[in-house]
Design a binder for this molecule. Structure first.
Ligand SMILES: [Zn+2]
Length: 260
C-alpha cells in the first residue's frame, strides 16, 4: 500500500505517534479511502493539498475520549477501533473504521471532542486532514456533506449493532463477527493481533476469548499462533458468526456504495 515513489518528508503538526509519510502527489489519481474516492473529482482536487499521508502504527492511541480532535482520519488500510473505556478498566469496541469510512467526521463538524478512544488495532496507512480544512470542505460542498451524513449513519448503525451483539450473542459468534469485518477491512485472511486485544474488542475476559479461539481452531476455521490469526475456512467462519456481521455489511453497502 505504501507507494515507493512517495518521498518521505517531515511534516509539521502530525498527530503524536503517527509516522508522517508525505502528501498525496498529483501522480496519485485518488486516495485509496472510499469516502475520498466517492467525492466529485473537483472536490477531491480542492482537498488534495491539505491531505497528509501517515502510517497507522499498531496500538497508537489517536485520541482519547473527551479530548479535542485535531485531525480527521481517512484510512487506506488497517483498522482504527473506536473504544469505550469504563471506570474499572474494561474496554469495549463500539465500531471499526477502515478504508471504507472516516473517523472523526461528526466531532470535526461540531463539538470538536472525541466521544470515544480511537486506537490503531491493525496497522496500515491513512490520509489525514486538519479539522479546520475538513470543516471548510464541508461548508463549500453539498456533495461532501451528503457523503458525511451517510458515513455517520453507517457508523451509528455499526455501533448500535455492536451494543446488541455484545448483549445477546455468544463469544464465539462475536469473535467470528470481529474477524470477518477485520478480514474485509484488511482484505487479508492473515491478521496480526493478540488475544488480549481481541478480548478487549469484544468485551470479554481474555480466558473467554482463548476458549472461543480454541473452539474455532479445533473446527479448522482459524489457525492461531502467538499474536497471529489465520482464517483458514472463511465460509465456516461466516456460519459461526452471528447475524451482526451481515447486518452491518448490508448497512454499509446500502449507504456507501458509489452507485447510490
Ligand atoms: Zn452479534
Amino acid at each position: 500500500m505504501r507507494p515507493s515513489s512517495e518521498p518521505r518528508t517531515q511534516m509539521t503538526e502530525t498527530p503524536i505517534g503517527l509516522q508522517p509519510y508525505g502528501r498525496l502527489t498529483s501522480s496519485v489519481a485518488r486516495s485509496p479511502n472510499h469516502l475520498l474516492q466517492s467525492l466529485p473529482m473537483a472536490e477531491f482536487e480542492a482537498l488534495r493539498p491539505h491531505l497528509e499521508f501517515v502510517e497507522l502504527v499498531r496500538e497508537t492511541v489517536l485520541v482519547e475520549a473527551g479530548a479535542p480532535l485535531t485531525h480527521v482520519y481517512l484510512p487506506h488500510s488497517g483498522v482504527i477501533s473506536l473504544v469505550v473505556k469504563l471506570s474499572e478498566g474494561q474496554t469495549v469496541e463500539v465500531a471499526m473504521v477502515g478504508g471504507d469510512s472516516v473517523f472523526g467526521a461528526a466531532a470535526a463538524l461540531d463539538g470538536r471532542i472525541s466521544l470515544t478512544d480511537a486506537v490503531v488495532m491493525l496497522p496500515g496507512t491513512a490520509s489525514i486532514l486538519k479539522v479546520a480544512d475538513f470543516r471548510a470542505a464541508a461548508d463549500r460542498s453539498g456533495a461532501f456533506r451528503t457523503l458525511l451524513v451517510r458515513h455517520e449513519q453507517a457508523l451509528f448503525a455499526q455501533a448500535q449493532q455492536s451494543a446488541a451483539c455484545n448483549a445477546s450473542h455468544s463469544v464465539e459468534a462475536r469473535l467470528s463477527r470481529w474477524l470477518l469485518r477485520a478480514r474485509d477491512l484488511c482484505d487479508s485472511e492473515s491478521l496480526l493481533l493478540t488475544q488480549e486485544f481481541l478480548a478487549q474488542m469484544i468485551g470479554v475476559q481474555r480466558n473467554a476469548v482463548s476458549i472461543a479461539a480454541h473452539v474455532l481452531q479445533q473446527a479448522g476455521i482459524i489457525q492461531y499462533s502467538r499474536g497471529h490469526i489465520e482464517i483458514t475456512n472463511l465460509e465456516a467462519l461466516e456460519e459461526t458468526s452471528c447475524e451482526c456481521y451481515e447486518a452491518v455489511k448490508a448497512q454499509y453497502d446500502r449507504l456507501l456504495k458509489p452507485s447510490i
